[in-house]
Ligand binder design. Structure first.
Ligand code: BG6
Ligand code: MG
Length: 218
């Protein structure tokens, strides 16, 4: 049987945490007097915590000392952790379990490729950590998406080539990373943000299992 590496981003793909990242960053932006809209937030999706703060500061043409930056980074993460504290399986996005179960039943390797340093906590809280043969997160990589390091490491650890790897992503930084690595990119979300993805679906509910079969046979 063909084996492909199925690599999933976490925030905004498996769980609806993108909204919590947004709310926590908006609080930082508000304190800095910087306007921060959902449109602005698209540029933060998939990128590291440190890079996200830099983008917000650039947006407001604001300067900050390292001490200030550390304070905002801590505040953002404390707020984010408060949002996810009571998270459970109900926050897994619709249709995701259907696909994960299908991949597992068919013996397909599954990896997580996330920029988040909180990824493992979320996989544990939602009870799905055992689905992942390999987990690569923000603690394991030095280069943030769109650098393909996170996905390349995941496929390498699974022992599968880049061209036989499939990435599910909700951010354009992540789609860029998958494309740069020569992997199949599947965008989850709106076409206006994910236009560079090879395939785009609004959510996992609209992914038919026959599409997964097609990817396996590709
Ligand atoms: C990504 C999110 O998955 O992780 C980003 O899309 C976030 O919004 C990044 O900034 C880093 O997450 P964390 O949990 O380490 O701050
Ligand atoms: Mg994401």
């Amino acid at each position: 049987m063909n084996k492909k590496a199925f690599i999933f981003d976490l925030d905004g793909v498996i769980v609806d945490t993108a909204k919590y990242h947004f709310l926590a960053w908006r609080k930082v932006a508000d304190s800095l007097g910087i306007e921060f809209t959902p449109e602005h937030n698209e540029a933060l999706k998939g990128v590291s915590r440190v890079r996200s703060l830099e983008i917000i500061l650039e947006l407001g043409k604001a300067e900050a000392t390292q001490e200030d930056k550390d304070k905002w980074l801590k505040q953002k993460n404390d707020d984010y952790l408060a949002y996810i504290e009571n998270m459970d399986r109900s926050e897994i996005l619709p249709g995701v379990m259907h696909v994960l179960d299908y991949l597992r039943e068919n013996g397909q390797p599954i990896a997580l490729g996330s920029a988040s340093k909180n990824a493992r906590i979320i996989l544990e809280k939602t009870g799905i950590i055992d689905y992942f043969d390999v987990i690569v997160d923000g603690n394991d990589v030095t280069n943030a998406k769109p650098d393909p390091e996170v996905f390349e490491r995941a496929s390498r650890e699974l022992g599968i080539s880049n061209e036989n790897s499939i990435v599910f992503e909700d951010s354009f930084a992540g789609i860029d990373a998958a494309n740069i690595a020569g992997m199949t990119s599947v965008g989850i979300g709106e076409a206006k943000f994910l236009g560079k993805a090879q395939y785009i679906f609004p959510d996992f509910v609209t992914i038919d299992l026959s599409f997964i079969d097609t990817l396996v046979k590709k």
